[in-house]
Design a protein around this ligand. Structure first.
Ligand code: AMP
Length: 191
């Protein structure tokens, strides 16, 4: 089973590439950001809780995020594999994911990280904000906070999976197809 972590800072193109990867590999896509936005849209208790953090560009607490992720995986037992997009974002989430997969006799196959310069990330997110309807894409100070949270809390997840030789850094600038081809090459090498 192919269990991929699609990694990188906000605005690095994870969502765009995930759409193409699910087509090529026939696996399921789980974006914790999308799951939170769905809950928020339905005003569920989980959505209301997540909103407090998302509005500021902070991370939703680990226990909330991990519980939601596990529910999503458990409710899709027939998935041929999974692309984890936007998860794990902390070392605690990475450890929880490893334990959870291990209990099912599985493991993370590879982590592929999109590398994009910070100025480009900010420009992409502000541009996306014009049409995404996402409050957290519309305010430069929130965008900068999301990038700084990535650096302080999330980037270490790359190093965590490097220890087991699973992390790959992919240049994330170029056309969508160029980046996709780089990702697919790295994934095929890791399988
Ligand atoms: P994204 O759509 O991946 O950019 O996520 C949007 C927001 O959802 C983030 O800024 C966080 O507030 C929250 N979020 C998404 N995934 C996670 C996660 N794995 N851990 C904590 N918060 C998350």
């Amino acid at each position: 089973m192919l269990n991929l972590i699609l990694f990188g800072p906000p605005g690095s193109g994870k969502g765009t590439q995930a759409e193409k990867l699910i087509e090529k590999y026939g696996i399921m896509h789980i974006s914790t950001g999308d799951l939170f936005r769905y809950e928020m849209g339905n005003n569920t208790p989980l959505g209301l809780k997540a909103k407090e953090y998302m509005a500021k560009g902070e991370l939703v607490p680990d226990e909330v995020t991990i519980g939601m992720l596990k529910n999503k995986v458990n409710s899709n037992p027939d998935a041929a594999g999974i692309i984890f997009d936007g998860f794990p974002r902390t070392i605690a989430q990475a450890k929880a994911l490893d334990e959870f997969l291990q209990e099912k006799g599985m493991e993370v196959t590879a982590l592929v990280a999109l590398d994009v310069p910070e100025a480009e990330l900010v420009a992409r997110l502000l541009n996306r904000g014009k049409s995404s309807g996402r409050a957290d894409d519309n305010d430069e100070s929130i965008i900068r906070n999301r990038i700084s949270v990535y650096k302080s809390e999330t980037a270490q997840v790359f190093d965590y999976y490097s220890i087991s030789g699973k992390s790959r850094l992919i240049p994330g600038v170029g056309t969508v197809d160029e980046i996709f081809n780089r990702l697919a090459t790295a994934i095929d090498e890791a399988c």
